[in-house]
Design a protein around this ligand. Structure first.
Ligand code: CMP
Length: 137
């Protein structure tokens, strides 16, 4: 079964959108197989955003994600990686479909409520970062 890593980011947690966002994935029929609230360390944040290390917004990204609690989820189901990215909507909330999570709730490219893995390789890499205690596939 395919699986993905989702983060409900600090803006989503602070605005009390956790329940509503999790419910969207559940109602679509996906299985939440692990979940935790965590205040990310700078090390975890840097590892998670490693591929963006040379981007101009990298420091802003690390500061933001370490500035509050995140809710990390492992979600399982058929084609869950692509499906969850569609449900989340595009990174820029102005371009995200109106019915998507970012289209409905996000404020900016930096504070965009959710993150999800973009490939099977990223999903396994990110699951290892956020859930080191979980068995690896
Ligand atoms: P995420 O899916 O977590 O992966 C990379 C993140 O970089 C992305 O969501 C956005 O939150 C963030 N991001 C992308 N573009 C910008 C930008 N121009 N300014 C600030 N943050 C950005």
């Amino acid at each position: 079964m395919e699986r993905t890593l989702v983060l409900i980011k600090p803006d989503g947690v602070e605005r009390k959108l956790m329940g509503e966002i999790i419910s969207i994935y559940e109602k679509k029929g996906f299985e939440i197989s692990a979940m935790k609230l965590a205040r990310p360390t700078v090390e975890v944040a840097k590892e998670h955003y490693y591929e963006h290390r040379n981007k101009v917004f990298y420091n802003e990204l690390v500061d933001y994600i370490t500035g509050g609690y995140v809710c990390a989820l492992i979600i399982e189901g058929e084609n869950v990686i692509d499906a969850v990215r569609k449900i989340n909507g595009e990174t820029d909330p102005l371009k995200a479909e109106a019915g998507s999570i970012r289209g409905r709730f996000a404020l900016s490219k930096a504070e965009n409520c959710v993150h999800s893995s973009d490939s099977k390789e990223s999903a396994e890499r990110e699951i290892k970062i956020w859930f080191p205690e979980m068995p690896q596939l």
